[in-house]
Design a protein around this ligand. Sequence first.
Ligand SMILES: NC(=O)c1ccc[n+]([C@@H]2O[C@H](COP(=O)([O-])OP(=O)(O)OC[C@H]3O[C@@H](n4cnc5c(N)ncnc54)[C@H](O)[C@@H]3O)[C@@H](O)[C@H]2O)c1
Length: 418
Amino acid sequence: MENKHIAIIGLGYVGLPLAAAFSKKYPTIGYDINNEKVDAINSGIDPTAELGNKQLQGALNDGLATSSELGAIADSNVYIITVPTDIHEDKTPDLNPLKKASEAIGSILQQGDLVIYESTTYPGCTEEVCVPILVSTSGLKFNLDFTVGYSPERINPGDKQRNVTNILKVTSGSTSKAAEEVDKLYQSIITAGTHLAPSIKVAEAAKAIENAQRDVNISFMNELAVIFDKLDIDTGDVLAAAGTKWNFLPFKPGLVGGHCISVDPYYLAHKAQEVGHDPAVILSGRRINDGMGLHVASSIVKLMQQKELPLSSKALILGITFKENTGDTRNSRVVDVYKELKEFGLQVEVHDPLADAYQVHKEYGIELVEDTNLNDYEVILLAVAHDDFRDLQIKTSSNKVVYDLKGILPRADVDKRL
Ligand SMILES: NC(=O)c1ccc[n+]([C@@H]2O[C@H](COP(=O)([O-])OP(=O)(O)OC[C@H]3O[C@@H](n4cnc5c(N)ncnc54)[C@H](O)[C@@H]3O)[C@@H](O)[C@H]2O)c1
C-alpha cells in the first residue's frame, strides 16, 4: 500500500488506538474537534486509557501526529471517520457528528481520495446521509472522483486481550476497486484478517446486528431474572442447570449500559420503522433492559424490609462504569439503581477506583467516595465486576444486605445475586 496518507477523524476509544495502529505503517494524523483532548494526547496522555500512555507515547515517538486544525489533515488521501453515533433523548439516531465530520472532510476532499466510515450506524446511512454531504461540500463526483468505504469497529473496551489489530475486521467499499482498496488497507494492519462484505449496507447491517443480538439475548435473561425473583428461584442456579444442554446459549442477566449495546439497536429500529416495519423484538428487549435498574433497587428494598432495616440506611454501590475494568461511565445504568435507591430514601454513596470522579460529577451529579469502610454501610451493592473488587471481604449479616449484581462474590456471603 504505497503513498497512503491516513487521517483519523475523532480520537476517542475507537479512533486513537486505530491512529496508533496505522501510524506503525503509514504517515498518520489524528484530528479531533476537542482541543483539550488533542493537547492531552500530544502530551502523551491517553484520555480513554484504551491504548495506555506508554503505547501512546511510543506511537507519538514513531511519528503519530494529532491536531484540532482541519488544515493539518488536508493533504491526506485516506480519511477514516470514527466520530460518536449517539441517540437523542427520544432515542432517535443523532447523526450530527457524522454529518459535521462529513462536511469537514468534504471541504478538503481531493480527486482520488478515499473516505472510510467506522462509526456504528444503520444500513444505508453512509450512502444516503454521508455521501451526499461529501458530494455537496467537495463538488466532486461520487465513485468517479472519490470513493467511500465502511468498516465497523468491533473493539471491546477494557478488554486487554482483544484489541483493534487482533479482531477480524469487516470491510466494504462503494465500488469493487474501492472495496479491494479498503480491504487491503486493513489487511496491512489487522493481524486477525478481514472479511470483505459484498456492499457497504451489508457491512453496516452486520455491525448493527452484532450488538442488537447481544441486547436481545441479555433482555431474555433479564426477563427470566424478573420472573424467577417472583418465583423465589435463583436465576444463576437455573442458568447453570439449563447450560448443561449443548445448545443452550450462555448469556447472563445484567444492566446494559454504555454507548454500544444499549444504543446501536435504536439505529436498526429507526431504519426498520423508516421502511415500515415495527421492530417489536428489538424494542421490547431495549425496554426490559432499561427497566433493570428499577428491578434491582426494588429487590434491595425488599431484602431490607425482610431484615427490618430502615429506608434511611446507608448504602454503598461498588462500581459505576458501564462495564468491568474500564473507566468509561457513558450511559451507565448503575445510575438508575442509584436514583431509585435515593428515591426510596436511602443515603447512597458510590465508589469506583476506575471512574473519573470529575466526569461522574459532571455527567450524573454524583460525588464519588474514595476511601470506604465496608462496615459503615447497611446495604452493599456490587454493581461492576472490576478486578479491584474481587478480593473485597464483603459478607452479609442479620443487619446488612449484600446484593451481587455480577455474581462474583461467594454465594454464601450475599443475600442475592441477579
Ligand atoms: N467505544 C467502543 O467500544 C466502540 C466499539 C465499537 C464501535 N464504536 C463506535 O465507534 C464510534 C466512535 O465511538 P467512540 O467510543 O470512539 O467515541 P468517543 O466519544 O470516545 O470519541 C469520538 C471522538 O470524536 C470527536 N468528534 C466528535 N465530532 C467530531 C467531528 N465532527 N470531527 C472530529 N472529531 C469529532 C469527539 O471529540 C471524540 O473525541 C461510534 O460510532 C461508536 O458507536 C465504539
